[in-house]
Design a protein around this ligand. Structure first.
Ligand SMILES: Nc1ncnc2c1ncn2[C@@H]1O[C@H](COP(=O)(O)OP(=O)(O)OP(=O)(O)O)[C@@H](O)[C@H]1O
Length: 342
């Protein structure tokens, strides 16, 4: 009998998570008071989040600190129970943590480790082989493949505590994907790594996605991770999904205009360029300035007509700038609303 591979899709409807936080006043008397009369505050960490991911899709999950990313990923992997709404991952309800479900998913948290500190990574791999009931031949094939793609040769038999951060992270990823899950939740998998190591992790995730058609949700504070791997972006802010679409469309959310870069044959002053746009920077024969989106063509035509231009390019602002602007604008709107409502 052949079993068809599970559908690696993700469906999230109106997902909510409310944490109860017990507050304690400082000092001994505070402890005593809190003991007698407990004060509870509620944090709405995730509010009405809905999205659907097709099998094999890779999405970047972005948002400022405390926005609700980790909470969402923990609910999707079944570590936390939602306070409301539903989630379906690879055909399963995550909160039930069924064995068949756990074999289809993995959650990698860059800030947490699952490898056993005092043993070589290889020993942790064997533990995972047993937990996930991976047949020997499949285990060997996966190990061969991961050793090559992640350059694990020479580090698997060293005590984990003696590995560099980058080496450890590569082993963490290998351990987390040994059972060849079809849905990957990657929470800051490159945090703290140097640029080369970040690139190795990205290449590994890309390769795995292509090889196994795995669905990937990736959070990262390094935009390069997201732009290298994902075309679709989900943005969460204060628990709410505020954007779901193409990376290119996210850039268009920025109100700050586009960046025009110029290579000139004859130098011009910043003051002269300020007639065409804002944020002017001049460095020898190179210059850049920001122009309003709606006027890019007209301003570019004027620049080409008026100046001795060797090359002109128009770019969207860096995604970091767009995000900062998006969240800044939401902060300002909230403050204005608070001021109106007292
Ligand atoms: N166990 C908990 N108890 C109470 N509040 C929590 C708990 N875990 C998270 N929170 C709160 O829920 C909100 C969302 O946190 P979460 O860790 O999901 O954000 P995040 O987007 O992953 O942030 P970061 O980018 O900083 O990791 C924050 O306000 C956080 O303080």
């Amino acid at each position: 009998m052949t079993t068809s591979p599970p559908d690696a899709s993700v469906h999230v409807r109106d997902l909510n998570k409310r944490y109860a936080v017990h507050e304690k006043e400082p000092g001994f008397m505070g402890s005593l008071r809190s003991f007698v009369r407990r004060k509870t505050r509620y944090v709405e960490a995730v509010r009405g989040v809905s999205f659907d991911l097709a099998p094999g899709e890779v999405v970047g999950f972005l948002g400022p600190n405390g926005a609700g990313k980790t909470t969402t990923l923990k609910m999707l992997s079944g570590l936390l129970h939602p306070s409301g709404g539903t989630a379906r991952v690879a055909g399963f309800e995550p909160r039930r943590r069924e064995t068949a479900f756990l074999k289809q998913i993995t959650l990698v948290m860059g800030q947490k480790q699952q490898l056993i500190w005092d043993l070589p990574a290889l020993d942790s791999f064997l533990v995972n082989q047993a937990i996930y009931e991976i047949p020997d031949n499949e285990y060997r094939a996966t190990m061969r493949e991961f050793t090559e793609v992640l350059s694990l040769d020479g580090i698997l038999k060293k005590q984990v505590r003696k590995l560099s951060l980058g080496e450890r992270m590569k082993c963490e990823l290998a351990a987390a994907l040994l059972h060849r899950p079809r849905v990957l939740f990657l929470d800051e998998p490159t945090i703290g790594l140097d640029v080369n190591m970040q690139e190795s992790v990205r290449a590994f995730v890309r390769d795995y996605n292509e090889r196994y058609g795995a669905t990937v949700i990736l959070t990262s504070h390094y935009m390069a991770d997201v732009t290298a791997l994902a075309r679709r972006i989900l943005v969460i802010d204060r628990g709410e999904l505020v954007f779901d679409g193409d990376l290119a469309h996210l850039a268009e959310q920025g109100r700050g205009g586009k960046t025009v870069r110029l290579q000139l044959r004859r130098g011009v002053s910043a003051a002269e360029l300020a007639r065409y746009g804002s944020d002017v920077r001049v460095d020898g024969l190179s210059a850049e300035l920001t122009v309003p989106r709606a006027e890019v063509s007209a301003r570019a035509a004027r620049l080409l007509a008026d100046l001795d231009v060797a090359d002109l390019t128009v770019e969207d602002p860096p995604i970091e700038a767009v995000m900062a602007e998006l969240f800044g604008a939401r902060d300002r709107e909230d403050r204005a609303r608070e001021a109106v409502h007292g």
